[in-house]
Design a protein. Structure first.
Length: 411
């Protein structure tokens, strides 16, 4: 199933988005609703809250006095953490039961106000943030919810900052306009991204790509996106993934590139790569069948360049996931090439010129395969010897998670 983490600051419009997604067919797991249910009268949750905060947080009917409790926890962070320690485990247990009962091909949306604060980003295929400027949210709270400005600001301050939420987002819905505008953006997201994403995951299929190579201007957001994807991959098989590194052109500041994130996942051996392939697929990165090795670049043993290639099921974020054995020639080449381009402006500009030349040759192609093939001669004749000279002169070494013997065998 496709798992979406939905979040947003108070008064951002998150509840409206959640309702619309449920109307479109998503299975909605409402953390706020569950949080209310687990502290109903007679529940162990309410008993635990009373034990922590005293009987004065109950109203005359023996129910939780939420305004009184809110006034305490939003003014005192240590008490808020104490309350979260009681409520969050109960909410997660109830949410897990709802998800377990959902169909295998469902789009499951978990509405979690404190998703970023509780560090749950890696639990989802996609984090969806509903965003609105702080002044707009403040106006909504004071005018429509009857809150004082001081109380509204305290509620906002108790949550992650707007910047922190946006940094965790895979998709953002901006809600600074009308209700109908927000609903229309939800509908587009559902039709154009979430439904195809869910279908690709259920079929273990990489999102389709087509078209000639198009070089985009350098994007400062590529590293952030790569880091988020890497975190999900590590979480998919934590015992077997040695590292996930951002490689390729999008990992080199200032370099034009196709808008495709290249990642390298290091494993101990290819048997591990094959064993964790279903786990990577379930995390949203299906195997790309039939691609079993890199092109050797000046090395005599083609078999040493074996790898596995996965892609992203998300149609809005193309990814090439190269699964390589740590210490192998292909693994080393990817890291050294990246670091060489980062360190050497002349090499970076030479590669950019080659990319532009080859992209122009294939501007009318239906795919990027010809573009990739025509760059191989430059990799072999220019990049391989150039980066090796740089590595020797600079003393460059691969990452330390590979043993010394493995490093030495590749030099």
């Amino acid at each position: 199933m496709l798992k979406i983490g939905l979040t947003g600051g108070i008064a951002s419009g998150k509840s409206l988005v959640a309702t619309r997604l449920a109307e479109l067919g998503a299975v909605l797991v409402d953390a706020d609703g569950i949080a209310r249910d687990v502290v109903e009268p007679g529940t162990p949750g309410l008993a635990a809250v009373v034990a922590a905060f005293g009987p004065e947080i109950l109203d005359g009917a023996g129910r939780l006095d939420r305004p009184r409790l809110g006034a305490i926890v939003f003014q005192h962070p240590e008490r808020r953490a104490e309350l979260n320690g009681v409520i969050h485990p109960l909410v997660r247990e109830r949410a897990a039961a709802v998800i377990a009962a959902a169909p295998e091909d469902a789009v499951v949306v978990q509405d979690i106000p404190l998703l970023v604060e509780t560090g749950q980003q890696m639990n989802f295929h996609l984090v969806l943030v509903v965003d609105a400027p702080e002044d707009v949210r403040l106006q909504r709270m004071t005018e429509h919810r009857g809150m004082t400005e001081a109380d509204a600001r305290a509620r906002m301050a108790a949550q992650a900052s707007r910047q922190e939420r946006l940094a965790a987002a895979d998709a953002v819905l901006t809600n600074s306009g009308t209700r109908d505008e927000l609903l229309a953006s939800v509908d587009r997201l559902w039709d154009e991204r979430l439904v195809p994403y869910a279908r690709n995951i259920s079929r273990a299929t990489v999102a389709a790509r087509s078209g000639a190579p198009v070089l985009a201007a350098p994007d400062s957001d590529w590293p952030r996106q790569a880091a988020g994807l890497a975190g999900r991959l590590k979480a998919a098989a934590p015992e077997d993934v040695l590292a996930v590194d951002h490689i390729g052109s999008t990992a080199v500041p200032g370099l034009e590139a196709k808008d495709v994130i290249d990642l390298q996942l290091a494993v101990a051996d290819l048997a591990t790569a094959d064993r964790i392939a279903p786990l990577l697929g379930a995390a949203g990165f299906p195997l790309w069948p039939g691609i079993l090795m890199d092109s050797p670049h000046g090395r005599p043993d083609p078999a040493a360049w074996s790898k596995r290639l996965h892609g992203n099921a998300d149609p809005a974020r193309p990814v090439n996931l190269h699964v390589r054995v740590a210490g192998s020639p292909g693994w080393r080449f990817a890291l050294c090439f990246r670091d060489w381009l980062r360190a050497d402006p002349a090499a970076r500009e030479e590669y950019a010129a080659e990319k532009r030349r080859v992209a122009a040759l294939h501007a009318s192609d239906a795919t990027t395969s010809g573009y990739a093939e025509d760059k191989e001669a430059w990799f072999r004749d220019v990049a391989a010897p150039g980066m090796e000279r740089w590595a020797e002169c600079s003393g460059w070494l691969p990452p330390s998670y590979v043993s010394t013997s493995a490093n030495a065998s590749q030099r």
